[in-house]
Design a protein around this ligand. Sequence first.
Ligand SMILES: Cc1cc2nc3c(=O)[nH]c(=O)nc-3n(C[C@H](O)[C@H](O)[C@H](O)COP(=O)(O)OP(=O)(O)OC[C@H]3O[C@@H](n4cnc5c(N)ncnc54)[C@H](O)[C@@H]3O)c2cc1C
Ligand SMILES: NC(=O)c1ccc[n+]([C@@H]2O[C@H](COP(=O)([O-])OP(=O)(O)OC[C@H]3O[C@@H](n4cnc5c(N)ncnc54)[C@H](O)[C@@H]3O)[C@@H](O)[C@H]2O)c1
Length: 462
Amino acid sequence: MKQYDAIIIGSGQAGAPLAKKLAVAGKKTLIVEKRYYGGTCINDGCTPTKTMVASARVAYLAGKCNDMGVTIKGYKVDMRQIKKHKDDILLKSRNGSLKAAQETKNLDVLFGDASFTGIKTIAVQTPKDGVQQFKADLIFINTGGKPIIPHDIEGLDGIDYLTSTSVLELEKVPEHLMILGGNYIGLEFGQMFARFGSKVTIIERSANILAREDEDISAEITKILQQENITIHTNAKAARFKQKEKGKITATVKVGDAEEKIKCSHVLIAVGRAPQTDTLGLDKTGVKTDDKGFIQVNAKLETNVKGIYALGDVKGGPAFTHISYNDYTIVYRNLIEKQNLSTRNRPVPYCMFTDPELGRVGITEAEAKAQGLNYKVATLPMAHVARAIETGDTRGLMKAVVDAKTKKILGVAIVGTEGGEIMSVLQMAMEGGITYNRIRYCVFAHPTYSESLNNLFMTLED
Ligand SMILES: Cc1cc2nc3c(=O)[nH]c(=O)nc-3n(C[C@H](O)[C@H](O)[C@H](O)COP(=O)(O)OP(=O)(O)OC[C@H]3O[C@@H](n4cnc5c(N)ncnc54)[C@H](O)[C@@H]3O)c2cc1C
Ligand SMILES: NC(=O)c1ccc[n+]([C@@H]2O[C@H](COP(=O)([O-])OP(=O)(O)OC[C@H]3O[C@@H](n4cnc5c(N)ncnc54)[C@H](O)[C@@H]3O)[C@@H](O)[C@H]2O)c1
């Protein structure tokens, strides 16, 4: 059995950079990956989806450009070219990070499926060389998540449903795409395919899409998606599926008390993600999980077994690339630089890449209310933002929740073009303790979106 100083299982957004840094710091390191180097973000998540969202925006703008005084004779969506463009970009990323890892001294990259055989020992089932055994005092689990499939829906297993991974391989635009789930994945793909030319129906079981956001934010995104002819059913449940032949699916959907039959060509399942822990053999090492299989960790990301850490989506909580990456920096700096960092109180910004985007950080108005805080809310429609008017897209709104007494910003939601960037400006203010009454009179360049933060906070009375 070969011994390493550190073993990393999974080459996600924490595992891949951690492996390199540990090796450079002099630790003999092994990283094991069962599929593609770089994990979900590069291969099935952020990179491919944001590349395709960009193609969809070009189609949207092509359809609208006459209003702006530019006439084009007509345009066509070429799904094969969109897929190729996306594949070229993700392959560059995947191959680049793999090459960098393979060229790192002290770091071995092994492709295969890893599972525990004892407390600090693993077996890797490799495609060519059978099973190999390894041990290390330090083990880092970064195995990420996979789409949840609700097998309890009658007939679902009998149809050719799509997941967020397989939908990326389509070479033809679906005629009618039904999507189960109205959160980030469902909404980003829903708008994307509507812009490529699909009829899109979204089925969300909660009372609103984006159920964790304030109702006015959810309502704004609903309005924007409906303007693009997307049908949204909330309080809705798919009860049954039947497929006559490929591309001819009938869904029976319960909307409130009524039952409706909807014919569609494709079904995308976007109802959440489950941790990849079921085949890890965690019982052999004693690492504890919660009832959904997420690995339990402390604020330093260590499991109940000393020396075994879990990073990224597999530990539950906010599932974003930047959180997984931040997990790596915490673990690395604690172990190698002997710092005392934790995940406690770190900000969790995020951005949903519909167009316009939703940029979010901090608490919502509903959370401020539930916590009994003394708060005020500032809102500004994008229709009052000079930059938005000039660029011809006034969809959305800016919203900030502030502490009435300290004047600190508690939370932000920006629905608008560059919503993620505007949110990041306010995130920096939150991190630096800059109060809203200062931002109200800050000099920002004209005409930027951020300039309108003056007006956003002018709406508050002191
Ligand atoms: C469609 C989609 C779009 C997204 N868009 C965004 C976005 O815009 N912004 C954002 O911040 N986040 C986005 N996310 C979420 C983001 O991709 C994840 O939060 C991020 O990739 C973090 O993943 P991770 O580091 O936990 O592990 P992952 O990146 O999931 O990597 C885990 C790796 O472990 C490997 N593995 C698993 N089990 C084993 C095993 N037993 N042996 C060996 N290897 C194993 C897997 O093959 C995988 O490569 C998106 C996700 C999806 C699905
Ligand atoms: N821009 C981004 O940062 C981005 C983009 C895509 C994905 N992600 C990450 O990927 C993860 C998964 O995203 P997701 O949207 O699949 O999951 P999610 O858990 O965020 O949302 C799932 C949605 O499906 C609904 N739902 C559950 N069961 C249902 C059913 N049977 N029928 C209809 N609706 C049902 C839920 O109410 C919820 O609204 C998220 O945690 C997110 O962090 C992030």
